[in-house]
Design a protein around this ligand. Structure first.
Ligand SMILES: C[S@@+](CC[C@H](N)C(=O)[O-])C[C@H]1O[C@@H](n2cnc3c(N)ncnc32)[C@H](O)[C@@H]1O
Length: 786
């Protein structure tokens, strides 16, 4: 267990041995507005000056029961000089407040960064604070801190009291929050995550419940559960609750642009202080990453409940639900707080006063008293406090209020969603005891077409996916698109281009040799081609998904079969640019043009193959369904190939070259009679292929991509107002806010989904910002549908 111990802490040691330099390197958590990452700051490479000095052994300015000592690992800390009982006031620290922008501009680049935290969040922005007194000297204990603290906003102090008895010599620690801390190296993460997951849920809940907060809105006293640095809890952004207005919680999604650089950086790179790749790809998806998903808060009404009258409170909840339904306020007031436990046990500190024990002037401190808070409902389900009070009185709240007194509901910030993973439960529970999402849907990437299940991505895996080779591959395809778009521009065309190729990241059963069961029941190991540099990053995600199993199996089987079919055929490479001006046809976009080019290539290949085999295409256009059931697997495969031929001919149009016909290729293909392999999606034009394009495709191109069953799309520039992949209208897609309004690739109800990745940063490795701006200007399609 990673816990400071009394014995190790009793030694006075200077920490200037250099050993700690690496672990104290501060993370580069820049919030630049230009989308660039801040360069590493000078001080990040320096050892903390403060930590190089042993603290003087005499601390006459302190109360007699505490002292300050230096610890080899943690630097200075606060220690007990005698046994202390629970509730002993250790310090009441005044705070120095300053605005968030001052922190962002200056503070975070200095050694004060390790001492700064968010004091208060409001609609106007965060206020930051630096604790004076002993407040900045408490070290962090991630498991069982023996000191809890309360922020008193009205008197601008933090009150530190022992949360349980502490022994003489014991270090007095607080909790800064769960998860990896900024001074911890990434290897530490796994070991600590491991130790945390050994705790059972009850223990985690106890940690969340017992050690921290009380909250008394009416007195203006709020508790800071754990010190947060610059709005990050455990390195994850915390979304402040929406204002007390009843709507818009979801609308207050992360502002991803231009702050994409700060919110969307892969956590590992940022936390390690590493300069992330200047150019990289970001998956556009609504799916959440359990490890970096922001903790979103919402205000909820709670009330103090007499501990022996919890039964009466439950009865009240039922009556309350009925009453609000009848009043037409909402259908189910408990619905959006369903992931929260009904009660929270917490300690209510005595009002701020002058009871701190100073040397020689000690007097007994008033002890915090335990209270039980009951969850009533989210504020958005009961915006009116008057109405709530009226209902509480009418429904006999005095049967459960403390000592049968007047009901006094108040607001607290609670997690808006369940904890995304067990490892982050303590973080959520520090606000209110919360359930966590089952890990059943833990997929890397999009594997489910079931829209009701929140999909999960692993951004860390995404980051690992993009090895330098993979990035180089993507960069080179995008560069070719750019060159073609510039060529189009020089010919007076709209500067948009697209390319189709095989994806770099083949699914695991193609490159990784994962055993799979064939339709005939035999198990084999795929030995088809794998690419240099491929690391099969999705192997575990693709196989750990548990729900809904039948759907996943069916989808995985279809994709596997489709991929296998595609990989056995020669790789397809095609490119096209926009021709709407030249052809005087507003639908001749680069994406539709390149789909048509693929149709043409496939058609030619099939014709050639059939010529060699001596087959007549005409004979295979409408195979008899009656004999299908009796065919062997090999015959089925043959038929599938024949069917593919008919599809491709239809797709390419009757001119044989794919250039004619009014029907779009994609429509032609999908209109082929669905049976056998065709019904499984094997024979669509872009099955298993990747498409690169300079610009986020428009809605109609996205639909064509769905029809074509494209596997993955990469684009360079968003298309504000017109694109089909950024989902800007809902703001739910992290990283897509400045693009088009729709997210067609994740649209529920459609029979195909595809991955979409957006290139961030400059395209060329050595490009300056001016180069990038110039290129963007060159390829500007402002006012045009992409
Ligand atoms: C608020 S200061 C605490 C006082 C600090 N030890 C000092 O001497 O100034 C936070 C810093 O203390 C160190 N620290 C706190 N808790 C620690 C722990 N459990 N392990 C290692 N270092 C810790 C880290 O360097 C961190 O940046």
């Amino acid at each position: 267990m990673h816990r400071p111990t009394a014995s190790s802490a009793d030694v006075y040691v200077s920490s200037s041995n250099g050993k700690h330099d690496a672990s104290r390197t501060l993370p580069v958590i820049g919030k630049p507005s230009n989308g660039q990452i801040n360069p590493p700051h000078h001080h990040h490479r320096q050892q903390h000056l403060q930590l190089q000095h042993k603290y003087p052994s005499l601390t006459p300015h302190l109360a007699t029961h505490i002292t300050i000592r230096s610890h080899p690992e943690r630097g200075r800390g606060v220690f007990a000089t005698r046994d202390l009982s629970a509730g002993t006031v250790i310090d009441i620290s005044p705070v120095l407040l300053f605005p968030a922008n001052e922190y962002e501009q200056y503070g975070q680049h200095t050694q004060l960064d390790s001492y700064t935290f968010v004091w208060r969040r409001s609609k106007e922005g965060s206020e930051m604070a630096l604790a004076l007194g002993l407040g900045s000297l408490f070290n962090h204990d991630p498991i069982a801190p023996n000191v809890s603290y309360t922020l008193d906003h009205s008197s601008q102090v933090i009150r530190f009291t022992t949360a349980r008895p502490a022994q003489k010599g014991e270090e007095l620690c607080i909790s800064y929050g769960a998860g990896r801390m900024w001074w911890e190296a990434s290897e530490g993460e796994s070991s600590r995550a491991g130790s945390q997951s050994e705790l059972d849920e009850d223990e985690l809940l106890r940690l969340g419940q017992g050690l921290d907060e009380d909250w008394e809105a009416d007195k203006g006293i709020a508790t800071m559960q754990h010190i947060n640095r610059h709005g990050l809890r455990n390195g994850h952004p915390v979304k402040p609750s929406a204002s007390s207005s009843d709507h818009g919680r979801r609308d207050a999604a992360l502002s991803t642009t231009p702050s994409l650089a700060s919110t969307a950086q892969p956590r590992s790179a940022v936390a390690q202080g590493k300069q992330p790749e200047r150019g990289r790809l970001w998956r556009l998806t609504e799916a959440i990453d359990p490890e970096s998903a922001p903790l979103e808060l919402l205000p909820a009404w709670v009330i103090d409940v007499e501990p022996r009258r919890t039964g009466a409170f439950v009865s009240f909840q039922q009556a309350f639900k009925k009453a609000v339904q009848e009043a037409g306020v909402c259908d189910d007031p408990q619905l959006i707080v369903r992931h929260l436990r009904t009660y929270r046990k917490t300690m209510l500190s005595p009002p701020a006063g002058n009871e701190v024990s100073l040397a020689g002037h000690s007097r007994p401190a008033e002890k915090p008293r335990p209270i039980l808070q009951g969850m009533i409902c989210a504020q958005q389900n009961m915006p009116s406090k008057e109405m709530l009070l009226e209902l509480l009185v009418r429904l006999g709240a005095s049967s459960f209020t403390v000592n049968g007194g007047e009901p006094t509901p108040y607001l607290v910030d609670v997690p808006a969603d369940p904890a995304p993973s067990r490892s982050r439960l303590a973080e959520w529970t520090s606000y209110w005891p919360t359930n966590h999402q089952s890990r059943g849907n833990d997929c890397a990437g999009l594997q489910s077409s079931n829209a009701s299940v929140p999909l999960i991505v692993d951004r860390m895996k995404d980051e690992q996916l993009w090895t330098p080779e993979a990035l180089q591959w993507a960069r080179s395809h995008l560069r070719k698109c750019v060159d073609l778009a510039l060529e189009a521009k020089s010919k007076g065309q709209v500067p948009i281009a697209a390319r189709v190729t095989l994806p770099f990241h083949l699914p695991p059963w193609r490159g990784g040799g994962v055993p799979r069961t064939t339709s005939s029941g035999t198990t084999h190991t795929s030995n088809s081609s794998s690419r240099a540099g491929e690391d099969s990053p999705r192997s575990d995600g693709a196989t750990t998904c548990e729900e809904p199993q039948a759907l996943r199996n069916a989808a995985a089987a279809a994709i596997a079969a489709a991929d296998a079919a595609a990989v056995t055929s020669a790789p397809i490479e095609a490119a096209a640019h926009d021709t709407r001006i030249e052809e005087r046809n507003p639908l001749k976009h680069a994406v539709t043009n390149v789909i048509k080019t693929v149709a043409s290539i496939r058609s030619e290949r099939e014709k050639e193959r059939h010529k060699l085999l001596g087959h007549s295409l005409a004979d295979t256009r409408t195979p008899s369904p009656t004999v299908a059931g009796a065919r062997s697997t090999q015959e089925e495969a043959e038929l599938g190939e024949e069917h593919r031929a008919s599809a491709l001919v239809a797709a390419a149009g009757d001119d044989g070259g794919g250039g004619g016909g009014n029907e779009t290729p994609a429509r032609s293909v999908s209109s082929i009679p669905a049976r056998g392999a065709v019904a499984n999606g094997q024979d669509y034009l872009l099955t298993s292929l990747a498409l690169f394009t300079t610009h986020e495709p428009c809605l109609s191109c996205c639909m064509a991509l769905i029809h074509s069953r494209v596997r993955v799309l990469y684009f360079l520039y968003p298309s504000p107002g017109a694109g089909g992949c950024c989902g800007a209208a809902t703001g739910k897609l992290l990283g897509g806010r400045d693009g088009g309004p729709y997210a067609v690739h994740e649209q529920s109800g459609l029979n195909h989904r595809f991955e979409v990745w957006r290139w961030l940063g400059p395209l060329d490795e050595d490009a300056t910002e001016q180069d990038s701006a110039k290129l963007k200007q060159e390829l500007s399609i402002d006012g045009l549908e992409p």
